[in-house]
Write a protein that binds this ligand. Structure first.
Ligand SMILES: *Cc1c(COP(=O)(O)O)cnc(C)c1O
Length: 388
């Protein structure tokens, strides 16, 4: 399906709403039925009916059609946050006694799901280095039911060979799920590589303006229906129609925004790598990236998140550098119009930090937004000047 068709037309039935170009926000909790028979049918198969907005809502369903098509998937579900688009499907797939193989260091709240929440239901998780397919083979047990991927990782950027993992999992009857937030469906289409479920936060690139929190999961109609009819309806993570409308609006400009972020990141990473105070610059589309070939093979482009380290990673140096930035904001999240920075040292106590041999707490993560890259470089230059 044409990308332009998906973003501008798919799912939109303009003749039903005065030929408005922008779809209406159907701000209604419930929908009336004409006959008892219609009511009975809707209650028996709520997945297929606009009955109640915890399940279906027409504004959300425009968004679902577009998001499913972007991933080349049969269907999609949208959620009130990205973490709900990960936790709710996982709860739907697993039973007591099941085992999960997850890549090391997925998104922080995904780690908490595996380490703190799932053990309450008798589900255990083995974390592995996902850069080598042999590690997956070694970790699989008879009770393994799910392999969880995040490629690239959004701090340290490790990739997994998605097609190889999908083939391995299929041969053993194990579900596969990926957090595809980094690339968005424009730059990586995991469903087409054989992954069962692709989740992503829509808070980041899809919303794109730092004004909505949401998530999406795509997959086969069978799996999406299974999630909808059980955990989605019982846990109740529905997104509001207004937020869905903001995401539809975000989608209209997604290709332009992500391309701008990608192009500017090339410029900023090249500049940083030449700076005498900067050591590593880690970005999957940089020629010296460890898994560069794999990235080129399975990603059509690259997101605007990258990390770097200072030659002198003393805590004070990192702090002074970050505190000195005047335009690049220090904040969580990414994918919006504004460039952001997160020093990993903010995530641990000062006394636990080790400025010695390289470790992931030395990383400074940057997101390159829509500003002129030269404007960002000037800001980085003056802040680096404060520690030179
Ligand atoms: C932000 C993020 C999430 C969580 O999304 P929310 O919308 O904040 O709930 C999950 N995975 C990754 C990689 C993220 O960056």
């Amino acid at each position: 399906m044409d990308l332009s068709y998906i973003l501008n037309e798919l799912g939109e039935e303009r003749e039903n709403y005065f030929n408005a170009v922008s779809p209406p926000i159907i701000q209604s909790s419930n929908f009336a039925l004409k006959t008892v028979k219609d009511f009975r049918d809707a209650l028996a198969e709520e997945f297929n009916y606009d009955l109640y907005s915890r399940g279906n809502n027409p504004t959300l369903n425009i968004l679902r059609k577009k998001l499913a098509a972007l991933d080349g998937a049969e269907d999609a579900l949208v959620f009130g946050s990205g973490v709900a688009s990960i936790s709710v499907p996982i709860l739907a797939l697993l039973q007591q006694g099941d085992h999960v193989v997850s890549v090391d260091n997925p998104y922080s709240w995904t780690v908490k799901l595996f380490k703190n929440m799932l053990p309450k239901y008798g589900v255990t998780t083995t974390f592995i280095d996902g850069t080598d397919i042999e590690n997956f083979k070694a970790a699989i047990k008879p009770e393994t039911r799910l392999i969880f991927l995040e490629s690239p990782n959004t701090f340290s950027y490790e990739l997994q060979d998605l097609a190889a993992v999908a083939t391995l999992a299929k041969s053993k009857g194990i579900y596969t799920m990926i957090d595809n937030s980094y690339c968005s469906p424009l730059y990586q289409r995991p469903i087409e590589l054989g992954i069962d479920l692709a989740a992503q936060t829509a808070t980041k690139y899809i919303g794109g303006h730092s004004d909505v929190v949401a998530g999406v999961v795509t997959g086969s109609r069978e799996l999406i229906k299974k999630i909808f009819e059980n955990e989605f309806m019982t846990i109740g993570p529905a997104l509001s129609p207004h937020s869905a409308w903001l995401l539809i609006r975000g989608l209209r400009t997604l290709p332009l925004r992500i391309q701008r972020s990608f192009e500017s990141t090339k410029v900023v990473t090249e500049w940083l790598q030449k700076h005498p105070l900067v050591d590593k610059v880690i970005w999957p589309f940089k020629a010296d990236f460890k898994q560069y070939e794999l990235g080129q093979q399975q990603m059509a482009g690259c997101g605007g998140l990258f990390s770097f380290t200072l030659k002198d990673p003393a805590l004070k140096k990192i702090e002074t550098f970050c505190d000195s930035l005047q335009h690049i904001l220090m904040a969580v999240s990414w994918g919006g119009h504004e460039s952001l920075i997160i020093p990993s040292i903010a995530a641990i106590r000062e006394e636990d930090y080790d400025a010695g041999p390289y470790n992931r707490y030395q990383l400074i993560r940057m997101y390159v937004g829509l500003e002129d890259p030269q404007y960002l470089i000037k800001d980085l230059e003056q802040a680096l000047g404060k520690i030179g």
